[in-house]
Ligand binder design. Structure first.
Ligand SMILES: [Fe+2]
Length: 82
């Protein structure tokens, strides 16, 4: 991070790392929800599905930010610097 301090590519990298966390969470909450459903824990299924949807929404938001701002700025900076 020190090497890229103040550079747009750092934001692109941080955003990619944040999305990797969201993908991990989506995987885990999806699995837990399925298990809860199979075990008949309806209340847990509701909570896990709600959380799963929140994680998916966050992932979608991060994708939007990446495509509209962060990656664009990083690409422009790279093009300017060569
Ligand atoms: Fe999350």
């Amino acid at each position: 991070m020190k090497d890229f301090k103040g550079m747009p590519v750092l934001n692109a990298g941080l955003l990619a790392a944040a999305q990797a966390v969201e993908h991990y969470e989506i995987s885990r909450y999806g699995t837990l929800s399925t298990w809860a459903e199979e075990l008949g824990y309806a209340e847990a299924v509701d909570l896990l599905e709600a959380t799963l949807q929140e994680e998916k929404n966050t992932d979608k938001t991060l994708t939007g930010i990446a495509k509209s701002v962060v990656n664009v700025e990083a690409e422009q900076d790279e093009a300017e610097d060569g």
